[in-house]
Write a protein that binds this ligand. Structure first.
Ligand code: 13P
Ligand code: SF4
Length: 305
């Protein structure tokens, strides 16, 4: 069976079984090709409530499948690989946050969407990397407790200096591992290239970038730019997708280590087995958790537009 045969079979089965495949843009190209929609966390969250199908297969990590379930409880939601979690989403539990909140009773708790549904139940509003600045600006309270990513939080604090933003220690182990030395090496090798980075990178790296933005922000910037060469400072699949879409431009990895093993757990064969009903994990959530977590996702969509 060739890759094309597998893809054709997936497309046939998803139609037959009324399944919508959502893929985060960190998925591999062969999966993106069979997905109904591909995008960043914000785009996928907004789509989650709108797709008409009875079943949604989320090719990504657990918090993304949970977001779909929170917004569409009547749908059957399948996570493509049961062990695909986001390590950052596991960094803080509800009890720990409740203790921190006691110290900051007058702060609005802003949670990166890369958090568990359980943690969202005690937060006020969610953000994604593409919507964080807009949403934090729109919050009335000037005191913000931003969890769990202190690098995205520092980026937001920089863009919204009028707010008092309290950060905690946490973040993406993949993006935070990129160093200034990686930047210097990449820039030396590709002196004509623009550096585009995700705000999950440490501030010392983001400060050296020509553009800082979400996965979709980076892709849009590169596609619309007149420049021909780009160093991509986010998961390496973004450089690969861009290379497919813009064959006349050149894309380089900022670091060979920018690979999210959790996002890469799902293979094309897993997708095939999921649409056959033989793989993946169905997401279940108690109604109390869902309704409480939904409040901060609804607020995100309301403020983020
Ligand atoms: P986006 O918000 O850019 O989709 O990023 C999600 C993520 O997990 C980044 O590591
Ligand atoms: Fe989580 Fe980082 Fe992977 Fe994104 S890249 S899913 S933040 S571990």
């Amino acid at each position: 069976m060739t890759i094309r045969d597998v893809q054709d079979e997936i497309v046939r089965l998803k139609k037959e079984n009324d399944i919508c495949i959502l893929a985060h843009s960190y998925q591999t190209h062969d999966i993106v090709e069979v997905a109904d929609f591909t995008g960043d966390s914000y785009a996928l969250s907004k789509l989650a409530a709108k797709v008409p199908n009875k079943t949604v297969l989320m090719c990504g990590v657990r918090f993304m499948a949970e977001t779909v379930k929170i917004l569409s409880p009547e749908k059957k939601v399948i996570l493509s690989s049961p062990t695909a979690g986001c390590p950052m989403a596991e960094q803080m539990d509800k009890e720990a946050l409740l203790m921190v909140k006691e110290q900051f009773p007058d702060h609005t708790v802003v949670a990166y969407i890369n958090t568990t549904a359980e943690l969202k139940t005690v937060c006020d509003v969610c953000v994604t990397s593409s919507s964080a600045v807009k949403i934090v600006k729109a919050i009335e309270n000037e005191n913000i407790l931003f969890i769990p990513d202190c690098n995205l939080g520092a980026y937001v604090a920089n863009q919204v200096p009028e707010k008092n933003i309290k950060l905690l220690r946490g973040g993406c182990p993949i993006h935070a591992a990129v160093t200034v030395k990686d930047v210097d090496t990449a820039k030396r090798r590709h002196p004509d290239a623009l550096l585009l980075v995700h705000p999950e990178c440490v501030p010392a790296v983001s400060e050296k970038a020509d553009y800082v933005g979400s996965t979709s922000g980076i892709m849009e910037f590169a596609k619309n730019s007149d420049k021909k060469e780009f160093i991509i400072g986010t998961e390496n699949s973004i450089a690969q997708h861009l290379q497919y879409e813009c064959p006349d431009k050149k894309f380089f990895y900022l670091s060979q280590g920018l690979i999210c093993r959790n996002m890469k757990e799902t293979t094309l064969f897993d997708v095939l087995n999921c649409v056959k009903g033989n793989a993946g994990e169905e997401i279940f959530m108690d109604e109390d958790t869902r309704l409480k977590a939904k409040k901060c996702i609804d607020r995100m969509i309301e403020l983020g537009g």
